[in-house]
Design a protein around this ligand. Structure first.
Ligand SMILES: [Zn+2]
Ligand SMILES: [Zn+2]
Length: 570
């Protein structure tokens, strides 16, 4: 009895201490129930008991061995040693035996592009099968809202994934709520989409009226539950905003204590300047800053990794609330149109394609594309995703060098051919150094995130060839980076996937295993967890994820979906 009490007190204490360290003053305030000590406890006490596992509460501290977690009505109600409760089945409806496994808070993917894919694959297949219970979307400046009055009016009477076309976040969240979803979801407002809706898609300055309108819309979206603002400053049209314009928007986010996620203006030759710019935006606006997918791209910039971290540490020391995320891969994923310089990417797809066809502008684009390809290390480092058009089918899943061989074309004419036929085609670029990935993920302000989306091996999404990160981010993090490379210990790794992202998002009852917290729980085997997804065959689930529980709903059991949806908008 004494042991149990000490163990529990110790647990609660360490949990709240870590919560404080992570800037989560609100965490750890839940009431503490009494221990399970007698056999008179009835089935009313618990819906589910997780027994025999090694319980990592997400706080980064040493785990509780042979502990149990009691769940009732979607919440964790008790955690601790089993005591003299011998026959667990008498005390709950379901017992999950977690022997040999780690019991962790569900993983939180702080950087995803899940968004409308969740309406197509509402189970959240590629995410729930890697232990993710909460996905954060609307990143890199792109969100499926807001839309201009004119655009919305033109869409009246049309459906989007079976729902009446929505205009704002409320409408999008309503569509998700109506659908029943398997994972929790929350989204940023994309600054690129916001600017597109109010200012348009060209490189023009926002008028004072447009500025006022953007502020009004963003303020309203924040009121509807937007997490904050995301920027994609390598993309059109978000990059056409001045920093003064972005700062004014960020002040709105700061007012709501939201988060600013930035895909920086540059991630290669000028990455250090881009970090300084991101920090300056946070300094001027007072917003909390999350640098998205921190990377030093192209071999010429790999040496910059340590200095990039130094810039971030200095900002932290200055008092800026800053952290960053990073996918556990050396290859990035983006659109093939990244080979078109930004100022040539203005306007509609047809306008950009006209510039590619016009010999005068094509010359500029071709020079840019060739130099970009060279900096990436050559055409063999660019892998083409799944093509839509039947005539392009032979290029799907091949690198540009292979495509050139097939067609006899040089790299730019090959890329041009694709951009004129499938402008929005996705690509994967192998351009980063693993030592930097390790260093970023190990850093105390760093956390893994997919930068991927929900996909499914079945249905329409199975036809695409996404970057394997959409299926494998967390299993790869625990398999390669923790078990093999040992960049940090297991409890720290779990903290990076749970309490740390929860504190950035401001989720007050998720990310930790504590009484009163939502029962989002992932049970995995630290010895077998690994990524199965590959660049050629990404639609594969990872071994080692044994059980996933979302808001108390047992969703995944030994790699099988049990048919129940526990997700919600958080
Ligand atoms: Zn991005
Ligand atoms: Zn992204």
């Amino acid at each position: 009895m004494e042991n149990k009490t000490m163990s529990r007190r110790g647990f609660i204490k360490t949990a709240t201490a870590a919560a404080g360290a992570a800037g989560m003053a609100m965490f750890g305030a839940s009431s503490v129930g009494s221990f399970l000590t007698s056999c008179t406890t009835t089935k009313e006490h618990f819906d589910t008991i997780i027994a025999n596992g090694v319980v990592y509460c997400g706080d980064g501290k040493a785990p509780l061995t042979n502990a149990m977690v009691g769940i009732k009505d979607g919440k964790i109600v008790e955690i601790g040693k089993l005591g003299n409760l011998k026959n667990l089945a008498e005390h709950c409806n379901k017992v999950i035996d977690a022997e040999g496994n780690a019991v962790s808070p569900g993983f939180i993917d702080i950087h995803s592009h899940t968004d409308t894919n969740l309406l197509v694959a509402p189970v959240g297949d590629s995410k729930i099968y890697q232990g993710v219970t909460t996905d954060i979307g609307g990143n890199c400046g792109d969100s499926p809202f807001p839309y201009s009055d004119e655009y919305f009016a033109s869409k009246q009477g049309t459906l989007r994934h079976g729902f009446p076309f929505w205009k704002d976040l409320d409408g999008f969240y309503d569509a998700l709520r109506a659908k029943k979803i398997g994972i929790n979801y929350k989204t940023y407002t994309g600054q690129g989409q916001l600017r597109s809706a109010v200012v348009g898609d060209n490189a023009v300055k926002a008028t004072p009226e447009q500025m006022k309108k953007m502020i009004e819309i963003l303020d309203a979206e924040m009121g509807m539950g937007s997490l904050g603002l995301s920027c994609g400053l390598e993309y059109a049209p978000g990059s056409y905003a001045s920093n003064d314009e972005i700062t004014e928007l960020l002040k709105v986010v700061a007012k709501h204590n939201g988060l600013f996620a930035i895909h920086m203006r540059n991630e290669d030759d000028h990455v250090e300047e881009a970090i300084a710019e991101a920090i300056d935006l946070a300094r001027k606006s007072g917003v909390r800053l999350q640098i998205s997918h921190l990377k030093a791209q192209n071999a010429a910039n790999w040496h910059k990794g340590p200095n990039m971290l130094k810039l971030i540490e200095e900002a932290k020391a200055e008092g800026i609330d800053i952290a960053f995320d990073r996918y556990p891969y050396i290859a990035f994923s983006t659109g093939m149109n990244c080979f078109v310089p930004l100022d040539m990417r203005q306007g509609s797809m047809e306008e950009v394609q006209a510039r590619i066809r016009n010999p005068r502008t094509e010359k500029i684009i071709a020079e840019y594309a060739d130099s970009r390809l060279k900096r990436l290390g050559g055409p063999q480092n660019v892998l083409i995703a799944a093509c839509d058009k039947p005539e392009n089918a032979m290029f799907s899943g091949k690198n540009v060098a292979e495509c050139c061989e097939l067609t006899g074309l040089e790299p730019w004419p090959m890329i041009k051919k694709i951009l004129l036929s499938e402008y929005y085609l996705q690509m994967v670029g192998f351009a980063m150094k693993d030592e930097n990935v390790q260093m970023f993920l190990a850093h105390e302000l760093g956390m893994p995130a997919s930068d991927g989306s929900v996909y499914s091996p079945e249905g329409p999404l199975s036809q695409e060839i996404p970057h394997p990160r959409s299926y494998g981010t967390f299993p790869r993090f625990f398999g390669k980076y923790i078990r093999e490379d040992k960049i940090c210990d297991l409890q720290t790794a779990i903290y990076k996937c749970t309490a740390l992202p929860a504190s950035r998002i401001g989720l007050k009852d998720r990310g930790l295993l504590l009484p009163g917290y939502a029962a989002d729980i992932t049970i995995f085997n630290p010895n077998t967890i690994a990524e199965a997804s590959t660049y050629q065959q990404p639609h594969q689930y990872s071994p080692g994820i044994e059980h996933v529980i979302v808001n108390g709903v047992h969703t995944l059991e030994k790699g099988k979906f049990l048919g129940e949806f526990g997700g919600m908008i958080v």
